[in-house]
Design a protein around this ligand. Structure first.
Ligand code: ZN
Length: 529
């Protein structure tokens, strides 16, 4: 019977072959012709590409759902060797956010490993901090994400599709600007590219992946290719814009291309100190959007956990900082947990649901039978609110600042079928409370109060306060235990001190969404209180 089925399948396959190349392979071949022909592309053995980039981060906006934050502008020079399948990119990135600074660094990517020479982030891992001069090997997560993006934008993607016809599949037309565009999908291993073709020219117009975004759930991530020119003998899209659900988050302009330049082999050689133990590309789940977009603002922690540096620690942990008050620490982003008589209150849901699931499991063990009834968010930024679905799935009520409710209602109403950490379900009815001034969560004995703070970091912002512990909680506008107080007060710190006074609360200590715990008196003194 099995043999019979195989025979039938073989016959069908032969029949389909007899009709010539499929529609999708015709699309690939037509695109290659429009790009100057597969043969001329195959003759490019090495390539030098220079250009500039600009990036914006939608989920670090001042106002929830508001204008994207301008992140950085950069210039780059990359060399690629197709026979070695190796690329080196030399970067000068000028960041505008979260603070102005310039990082000059190089990335080397081969099929087996990736390396960063120089400093490219404020969130440096242990190896970067300990290697002099600074360098580190890429985590498997970053290597996989970098390889995917290099492959997406490479003119050789279409050649690869032509050479692997068994991995090219039919894909429904995509309507763009009211016009149906033919498309083909390419099974590229642990992810799939959808290549969308210009119906007029036959050129590839977009290369799409179906990604997961920790705020918006299921998203399209596209490179939009336009302004095709012949540069250095290669037909290339001089304009390459990356769109996240239709919004341009990266704008690349190619300014120079040289085909077949001589490239010294040592251009792809990392410092010996970081070669040993370099990670292979991750093959399982990769939070592509987290890995890519934390690099937009120069804060990416290059690690095989999205939450903590695997080179420095093996896990997140709970630290008891007052009776019945836990501080989840050990990673780049913290959470505060307050035990009430028969439930728990959590402040902030940082990074992704992966971290929330860890915290929820740790709390189930520590406080059995006490559900998380409230999740209070200090603010809407993706790195402190990217793990809300795990708490919503537990039935928690979301408590946010005034003006943030509609943003979170929209985010929770978006499909999240690609969430790797929490099963998809309808989160659109999650209870959301907006706080204007003050909100009290009480069990009749203990209270946690949330207070609005006008500040330069984010609108709709809250701090938390547990009166019986004399403990408050703040994220980003102060990182107690991490950032020493400056000689002269800054506007975020002044905003915090003013809010404490206005709220009429008297914290002796603050715990932070970053850092650890710090005394409040020195800050109050600095603020002249
Ligand atoms: Zn923030």
């Amino acid at each position: 019977m099995k043999r019979m089925l195989l025979l039938v399948l073989a016959t069908l396959f032969a029949a389909s072959c007899a009709t010539g190349p499929s529609r999708e392979l015709n699309l690939v071949n037509r695109a290659l012709d429009a790009m100057g022909g597969a043969d001329s592309l195959a003759k490019v053995r090495t390539i030098l590409v220079k250009g500039t980039t600009k990036q914006w981060e939608p989920e670090q906006s001042m106002v929830p759902g508001g204008e994207m934050r301008f992140a950085n502008e950069a210039s780059f020079e990359s060399v690629g060797d197709f026979s070695r399948r190796a690329v080196r990119v030399d970067w000068v990135k000028k960041f505008a956010y979260p603070s102005p600074r310039t990082f000059t660094f190089s990335e080397i990517v081969t099929p087996e490993a990736g390396y960063v020479i120089g400093v490219d982030s404020n969130g440096r891992n242990k190896q970067s901090l300990e290697t002099k001069p600074a360098a580190h090997s890429m985590s498997g997560l970053r290597l996989a994400a970098t390889q995917r993006e290099m492959r997406r934008a490479s003119p050789s993607l279409l050649l690869e599709m032509r050479n692997n016809p068994g991995k090219v599949r039919a894909s429904p037309d995509v309507t763009l600007g009211g016009v149906a565009h033919p498309a083909a999908s390419y099974d590229a291993g642990s992810y799939t590219f959808i290549v969308i073709f210009d119906p007029k020219t036959g050129l590839p117009a977009r290369v799409r992946t179906l990604d997961y975004d920790n705020v918006w759930g299921d998203v399209n991530y596209d490179v939009v290719l336009s302004d095709w020119r012949t540069m250095g003998g290669v037909r290339i899209a001089a304009s390459q814009k990356y769109e996240l659900n239709g919004r341009v988050v990266t704008d690349v302009q190619i300014t120079e291309v040289v085909a077949n330049p001589a490239v010294a082999a040592d251009r792809f050689e990392p410092p010996a100190a970081i070669k040993a133990g370099a990670a292979k590309p991750a093959t399982g789940k990769v939070d592509y959007q987290w890995v890519l977009r934390r690099q937009f603002i120069g804060t990416y922690l290059d690690s095989d956990s999205v939450s903590f540096d695997t080179r420095a620690t093996s896990s997140l942990r709970l630290a008891e900082i007052a009776p019945g008050v836990q501080h989840q620490v050990g990673g780049s982003h913290n959470t505060l947990i307050v035990e009430m008589s028969d439930f728990l209150v959590v402040m902030d849901a940082p990074v992704t649901d992966n971290q929330s699931v860890w915290t929820i499991n740790a709390l189930k063990a520590k406080y059995p039978g006490k559900p998380v009834k409230y999740l209070v968010l200090t603010h809407h930024h993706m790195d402190h609110a990217g793990g809300i679905r795990a708490y919503a799935a537990q039935g928690a009520t979301l408590v946010v600042g005034k003006g943030a409710g509609a943003h979170f209602r929209k985010a929770l109403s978006s499909p999240s079928t690609r969430n790797p950490d929490v099963a998809a379900r309808d989160f659109s009815n999650t209870p959301i409370v907006e706080v204007d001034g003050k909100y009290v969560i009480s069990d009749g004995k203990r209270e946690l109060t949330a207070h609005s703070v006008d500040n330069p970091h984010a609108a709709a912002y809250l701090i938390g306060y547990v009166p019986d512990a004399g403990l408050a909680y703040v994220t980003d506008i102060w990182s107690p235990g991490r950032d020493p107080l400056p000689a002269k007060i800054t506007s975020p710190l002044a905003a915090l001190a003013a809010a404490v006074r206005k709220a009429g609360i008297a914290p002796t200590r603050f715990a932070g969404g970053h850092g650890s715990v710090g005394e409040y008196a020195p800050l109050a003194a600095l603020a002249g209180q």
